[in-house]
Design a protein. Structure first.
Length: 322
């Protein structure tokens, strides 16, 4: 195996959480490697919303600007790679990439986000990110006052209906099979006049990514100009679980208020650490986790009698930052 590259923190994932953490740690003069495979979940969409000063930005442009800003801090290196293995314990972690690069690190931050499981509705992948979305806060404004179809069932469907009502009065629920509601929930929807179809969805008809209608197996056509649906998600990497990190039923890592997982020295931030999927929240969680890791590193250095940072001449010269 190649010689290990010494780091204070290895960040796995280069989305808003990972890059926000890298910014904080770079300014704190810590040696950081941000390892990212370049496959963010929001790559399917044309615009990202809700991030102050960057509302409506294209996801790739957001990442480009972030890297450009972080490049001002020479102790941070970006590595365009896929992590295949991680092992060790607090203060002594080893991270290995698909190309055989090995990093030795004192702390780990998993900012691996969530990944979409295969979309099981015919035609949904063609409109996802163009006229079908998962978050009204991110994309509800663009579909305001338009006829929408909500694809969800159970309590998630009721929550989505109550939420989308802030953007439009014209929406229909398609449960794609058994609605999984209690009678009380059904009555709630009836009282609010929400049209409901429980027939299986045959296909979503669209043109150039713009939905035209939802075709049900019983022959019903539900016209709409947009869709919101409940996605099926999994953690962006199985490495945290392999290292012993506790996972919630929703698939996110169990963390405290500072991003600490159940394993000492391992942190998580962003979508992999919360079920509130917001760009600006992910960045905030990354910032908090970085400050917590830096605090631990400074305390450990203080106790050992060593300096809390390393001369920049000792940092590795690997990566795409320069």
């Amino acid at each position: 195996m190649n010689e290990q590259l010494e780091m204070d923190v290895v960040i796995i994932g280069g989305g808003p959480a990972g890059m926000s953490a890298a910014l904080v740690l770079g300014r704190a003069r810590k040696r950081v490697a941000v390892i990212d495979a370049g496959l963010p979940r929001n790559r399917v969409t044309r615009e990202s919303h809700g991030f102050l000063t960057r509302d409506g930005i294209e996801p790739g442009e957001f990442r480009r600007i972030a890297r450009e800003e972080i490049a001002a801090y020479p102790s941070v290196r970006f590595v365009d790679e896929h992590v295949v293995a991680a092992a060790g314990s607090d203060g002594d972690f080893t991270v290995t990439t698909a190309q055989g690069l090995a990093f030795h690190s004192k702390k780990l931050l998993f900012a691996v986000g969530m990944k979409d499981l295969p979309l099981d509705v015919d035609g949904l992948s063609e409109v996802y990110g163009k006229s079908a979305f998962v978050c009204p806060y991110c994309d509800g404004w663009e579909l305001r006052d338009q006829p929408l179809v909500l694809i969800a069932k159970g309590s998630r469907a009721l929550h989505l209906a109550k939420t989308i009502a802030g953007w439009t009065d014209h929406f229909t629920l398609c449960t794609d099979g058994d609605d999984e509601w209690t009678e009380e929930e059904r009555e709630d929807l009836r009282q609010h006049g929400v049209p409901v179809f429980t027939a299986l969805i045959q296909r979503i008809e669209s043109h150039d990514g713009m939905v035209k209608h939802v075709q049900l197996e019983d022959g019903t056509e539900v016209p709409c100009s947009g869709i919101f649906f409940a996605p099926k998600l999994a953690t962006g990497s199985d490495l945290p679980q392999k290292m012993g990190c506790q996972i919630t039923d929703a698939g996110t890592l169990v963390v405290d208020a500072l991003g600490k997982t159940s394993v000492p020295g391992i942190y998580s931030a962003g979508d992999s650490a919360t079920d509130k999927y917001q760009l600006i929240l992910a960045a905030a969680l990354g910032s908090m986790a970085a400050a917590a890791m830096n605090g631990e590193l400074l305390a450990e250095a203080w106790e050992s009698g060593k300096e809390g940072y390393f001369p920049l001449s000792t940092t590795c010269l690997l990566g795409t930052g320069e």
